[in-house]
Design a protein around this ligand. Structure first.
Ligand SMILES: Cc1cc2nc3c(=O)[nH]c(=O)nc-3n(C[C@H](O)[C@H](O)[C@H](O)COP(=O)(O)O)c2cc1C
Ligand code: FES
Length: 624
């Protein structure tokens, strides 16, 4: 079937909706990568066979959806329309769910989410604190549709914005709408999308390209993956609208090969859209032609940088080049090229459908709309969080994220990926938007948030992130290639207890040189973890250097383990598990650790039933 005009799209939508009864029970099983890893496919299969077995196959739908965001609790099952939320569901729970909840209307307490602080059980998805304070305009549809079905998307109003843009708006009006809405790029820098579109449109030349940047190389970040996997048509629709506004006839989705489900779903989405005449020649009978190619990236962090990404698309080694010329003037094969992030494109249909004022009402004064964050680290609720920009870090971590496990204290949050900055707990009231984070030396990046508790050593953290960027530096420019190595050398010296007072000054000088002298924003932002930890946690650097102590008791060279002879029961478990045979002692008598042999792996502390093993560092002498 081919849709020849917007009326035919509207008729199809009505016919899809008329076939769906709003009260028909539907079991949605999250089938995002996270839930698949914890067994979602077996859960879906179990539901289908259980319903068949009971002759209820036609009365209840089973829907394998995209990521619901609360991946840590997967596999997640939500029963609609009641919204009953079950977590960590296993295939063996399925007969019970069908018998007691789907057919019997009862709630199974054991499968409900329990608030980590109050222990209170919560029945409905929208009441789970993780979801209750979010505004899920980008992720919201993920839990309501099968990402492989274009009918599901159209049934929910999908491609209506495209029809409107192509037939009721000029390209200039589309650009003006996106500009007035204040949509800023979600891939890092927050550049106004409409301004970039306008520049590309005005650049001379008939041949122009658009690119969707789905490289997402930040460790721990998976916001873009989740949208491409769970609602690929929303990105594709925004992409086609943008291409129309810019005047491009060809576009590229650049998605890393490590995202096989995202690649599969966006490829399938493009095929289905092409079949229906929503992509390809004469889209919806408008006379506008546009098509896309899906490109798999090989997984280098630097290939997310726009000029390196374009080199990769052209078949060259993915290395950045100086700008100007900017891609909007000279991009792929020298043609004007507009690159936007997955989440930026996914916002476009929402703006066209709901209008400028609607969008402007969400977010802060300078940053409109929502932002999806990937909340990971020492946090109770790990997952994807979508909030209006300007929401405080405290709300994200302590309310939505449910605070820090084990009653520990929040120490800092690393915002903006490996080259972002660490914001200390005392500034947790910062509104999270482009300007708010910058003020504290961090950045929005594409939305990575790593939470750290009191047991985290901030010098070690700076070293950890620098290790990543050192490895991912493409090597083209010396400040980044050599500077990251030199900085790591200094950090190693400090964490190993060999630091000198002058090393802090050396680190700061190197950081400024790398920032100013690097070719691309990788080098430009690499020093951020070092600079922010020096700014907020300088006393920890001083403690490592002056006192040769690690206050968080993390750096191996500065700690040792001791067994408390008063509480040790001589069970010998530590001695048996120690990989270095560093522990001796008779049965039922206190044991001793040989510090020369000990490799500080901490296994003894983990296995001791009496918690008699202590991790020690030197006493403070005033350094920290
Ligand atoms: C090292 C490096 C990695 C980047 N990785 C990504 C990425 O994975 N995804 C992304 O959209 N932008 C990434 N960017 C930013 C892009 O260069 C570019 O600004 C962005 O794709 C533009 O889209 P936006 O305006 O919608 O944010 C990266 C930049 C640098 C310097
Ligand atoms: S993959 Fe299921 S909640 Fe994210």
């Amino acid at each position: 079937m081919r849709l020849n005009n917007p009326s035919e799209l509207e008729s199809l939508r009505r016919s899809i909706q008329s076939r769906k009864h709003p009260d028909k029970p539907c079991i949605t099983v999250c089938s995002g990568t996270g839930c698949i890893a914890s067994g979602a496919e077996k859960v879906t299969a179990a539901f289908r066979s259980e319903l068949e077995k009971r002759g209820a196959g036609g009365k209840v739908d089973v829907l394998a959806t995209g990521c619901h965001g609360f991946c840590e609790r997967g596999p997640i099952v939500v029963l609609r329309p009641s919204d009953i939320f079950y977590q960590s569901v296993k295939p063996e729970n399925v007969p019970d769910i069908v018998e007691r909840t789907v057919l019997g209307g009862q709630i199974i307490e054991e499968l409900l989410y329990a608030d980590p602080i109050t222990g209170q059980k919560i029945t409905h998805e929208h009441d789970v604190p993780f979801y209750a304070r979010q505004s899920r305009i980008i992720l919201g549809m993920n839990g309501h549709l099968d990402p492989t079905s274009i009918e599901d998307y159209i049934g929910l109003g999908g491609y209506g914005a495209l029809a409107k843009a192509l037939t009721a708006m000029t390209p200039e009006q589309v650009i003006d709408t996106v500009k007035r809405a204040g949509l800023r790029g979600r891939g890092g820098a927050g550049f106004p999308a409409g301004v970039k579109w306008e520049t590309t449109r005005r650049s001379p030349g008939d041949l122009k390209y658009v690119v969707c940047n789905g490289d997402e190389g930040d460790p721990g970040a998976y916001m873009n993956r989740s949208v491409l996997e769970g609602n690929p048509h929303s990105v594709l629709e925004g992409f086609i609208i943008g291409a129309f506004a810019i005047g491009a006839r060809e576009g590229f989705f650049y998605v890393r090969a490590e995202y096989p489900l995202a690649v599969k779903n966006i490829t399938l989405a493009a095929e289905k859209a092409r079949e229906l005449g929503l992509l390809g020649k004469n889209i919806l009978g408008s006379g506008y032609d546009f098509d896309v190619t899906i490109i798999k990236g090989a997984g280098a962090f630097v290939c997310g940088e726009e000029t390196a990404l374009m080199a990769s698309i052209e078949g060259r080694r993915g290395m950045p080049r100086p700008r100007p010329p900017f891609p909007s003037v000279s991009g792929i094969w020298g043609r004007p090229t507009n690159i936007n992030n997955v989440e930026t494109w996914a916002n476009v249909p929402l703006i066209i459908n709901n209008g400028v004022e609607w969008f402007q009402k969400i977010g802060s004064a300078t940053s409109k709309g929502t932002k999806v964050f990937s909340l990971v680290g020492k946090i109770n609720n790990t997952g994807l969080v979508e909030v209006p920009m300007g929401t405080t870090l405290d709300t994200i971590v302590n309310v939505i994220g449910g605070g820090i496990p084990g009653g520990k204290k929040l120490k800092a949050v690393q915002c903006g990926g490996p080259s972002g900055g660490c914001i200390p707990a005392r500034h947790a009231e910062v509104p999270v938007d482009y300007e708010g984070l910058k003020q504290y030396g961090a950045m929005m990046g594409s939305g990575g948030m790593v939470v750290m508790d009191e047991d985290t050593c901030m010098v070690d953290v700076a070293d950890y992130f620098l290790r990543f960027t050192e490895l991912e530096s493409c090597g083209k420019c010396p400040p980044c290639r050599i500077g990251t190595k030199k900085m790591r050398g200094l950090l190693k010296k400090i964490t190993e207890g060999n630091g000198e007072e002058a090393d802090i000054d050396r680190l700061e000088k190197l950081a400024i040189t790398i920032q100013k002298g690097s070719l691309c924003a990788l080098g430009g932002t690499v020093p951020n973890p070092v600079l922010t930890t020096l700014r907020y946690f300088r006393d920890e650097y001083t403690a490592h250097i002056r006192d040769k102590r690690c206050p968080a008791r993390v750096c191996k060279a500065l700690i040792w383990y001791e067994i408390d002879p008063k509480t040790c029961i001589g069970c010998q478990l530590c001695a048996k598990k120690c990989p270095a045979q560093a522990i001796t002692g008779e049965k039922k008598k206190a044991h001793v650790i040989d510090r020369q042999k000990c490799i500080r792996c901490g296994v003894c502390a983990q296995v001791c039933p009496k918690k008699s093993v202590d991790r020690r560092t030197r006493e403070a002498t005033g350094g920290a």
